[in-house]
Ligand binder design. Structure first.
Ligand SMILES: NC(=O)c1ccc[n+]([C@@H]2O[C@H](COP(=O)([O-])OP(=O)(O)OC[C@H]3O[C@@H](n4cnc5c(N)ncnc54)[C@H](O)[C@@H]3O)[C@@H](O)[C@H]2O)c1
Length: 439
């Protein structure tokens, strides 16, 4: 019996499992703990310490050696690395938590999947449409062997379930349009100029990794723990701005309530195009075909000052920093991460048609633990790389539409823009020599 199968059967409570003595004793004896690698060990990486501390943390990787010091003290038996490619070659790793920069997520996730490892990856899943698709497709091939989770931990807030129940149970009738927005604004003129030399403990060339080289500037590293991403995620080569950042969390409200999918069209507008920096103000609009849970809908994203129109002047949507709104045949539902507001509309919307379900959806509990349990059990998570992949792909397709400045037609099954060669070229990126997405 392979170690991975042992983990699954013990976690499933297989009390009747009879193991040969040789498997129960000795140095190589299996335990019901996962061998975990944490890649990106500071900042957001620290948010995963608690969840993985129930497991065997066997590898730690960070391009900043100072960021390795604290976790190395906590897990003295873990091997340490500055290059995630070497880390993933360590034998016996079952599961990987990736908390690195957005522009390395798809690389780490895809390489880990290629080695049949379970993966928890911080959002967004990639920095291009192609990256997101490659990782999703790789996961779909292996979904009977590995568990994945995209790091949108707000998903565990009870409001996600409450919103979904209200919509599924028809409180606003048939939903036709969905809106999500975020108000954060981090304007920047362009990539930072060269300034000084990277300190010895910082492996800057590895930080740049697959993307075109940009000179070192300490400002890229000047943010507090868990907020340093705001120092680099607005630059095209490093991130996707607020759509990939807070957009991942807010769009998750829409994906959860409506079931995801891929759009057939995308169009977007915003700040004038800057080849170095993603737009602060942006709105993107998608046509989503029907899925098994609903009819066709539109998905609409607004950021950095752009906002959807309020259904009634007495509802000031601007007071909700990050929120979502659903328009149905009988009214509107407005929500943030923790609360919701139903606005029945029209003479029909007397709510006599709405019945609160007897059994509410169960609480999700810890989002990170859901993944750890899934690795050892049925492999099912709430935001796997299929769900999270279509969400990331849609968001990033909006940026492609923004860049070409016209409505694009999209074949989601093939991952092809069918009416613009310019847009086609923007679905993927060329990487620095020596780096491959598929290693
Ligand atoms: N889920 C959430 O609520 C949430 C919150 C904050 C950040 N994030 C996400 O987490 C990720 C990290 O954000 P952050 O603010 O902690 O950023 P950060 O710049 O502080 O990076 C996190 C850690 O990863 C290390 N690192 C960077 N590139 C690496 C590489 N190639 N290999 C190994 N280590 C590397 C850094 O040195 C740092 O220790 C981002 O993708 C961000 O979107 C998610």
């Amino acid at each position: 019996m392979k170690r991975r199968d042992f983990l699954k059967s013990t976690a499933a409570g297989a009390g009747l499992l009879i193991l040969p003595q040789s498997m129960l004793l000795g140095a190589g004896a299996p335990s019901n703990k996962l061998n975990v690698a944490l890649i990106g060990t500071w900042g957001r990486g620290g948010a995963h310490f608690g969840a993985i501390s129930s497991e065997n943390v066997v590898a730690l990787c960070d391009i900043n050696e100072e960021h390795l010091a604290e976790p190395a003290k906590r897990w003295p038996n873990a091997k340490t690395y500055v290059d995630w490619r070497k880390c993933l070659d360590q034998k016996g790793i079952d599961a990987v938590v990736c908390s690195t920069t957005d522009f390395t997520h798809a690389f780490v996730a895809n390489w880990a999947l290629n080695r049949d490892m379970h993966v928890f990856c911080e959002k967004p899943l990639g920095n291009t449409v192609e990256e997101s698709r490659v990782v999703r497709a790789n996961y779909l091939k292996r979904r009977n062997r590995v568990a994945t989770q995209l790091g949108t931990q707000r998903h565990a807030n009870p409001n996600f379930n409450r919103t979904k129940e209200l919509i599924e149970d028809g409180v606003i009738g048939k939903v036709t349009d969905t809106y999500a927005w975020g108000n954060r604004q981090i304007p920047k003129p362009g990539y930072l100029p060269a300034q000084g030399e990277p300190p010895k403990h910082l492996h800057y060339d590895l930080w740049i990794g697959p993307v075109p080289f940009h000179p070192y500037n300490p400002e890229y590293f000047a943010g507090g723990p868990g907020a340093n991403c705001l120092k680099w995620n607005m630059y095209w080569d490093f991130g996707s701005g607020q759509i990939g950042d807070m957009g991942s969390h807010v769009m998750d409200l829409v994906w959860n309530a409506m079931g995801g999918g891929l759009p057939t069209t995308a169009e977007a507008k915003g700040d004038p195009f800057n080849p170095e920096v993603t737009p602060v103000m942006l709105e993107s609009h998608f046509t989503m075909p029907a899925n098994e849970r609903r009819g066709p809908i539109t998905v609409n994203w607004y950021q950095g000052g752009a906002m959807p129109r309020s259904p009634r002047p007495y509802v000031d949507l601007n007071k909700i920093g990050h929120g979502a709104m659903f328009k149905g045949s009988k009214g509107y539902l407005v929500c943030d991460f923790d609360s919701r507001l139903v606005i029945p509309f029209g003479d029909d919307a007397d709510l006599s048609y709405y019945h609160r379900r007897d059994k509410m959806l169960p609480p999700l509990g810890s989002f990170q633990k859901e993944w750890i349990n899934a690795c050892k059990g049925d492999l099912k998570t709430s935001v796997d790389f299929d769900y999270g992949g279509t969400m990331t792909e849609t968001m990033l397709l909006g940026l492609v539409a923004y860049r070409v400045g016209k409505k694009i037609d999209y074949d989601g099954a093939a991952g092809r823009v069918t009416n613009s060669d310019e847009a086609k070229a923007l679905l993927s990126k060329k990487y620095r020599d020596g780096w491959t997405l598929n290693g």
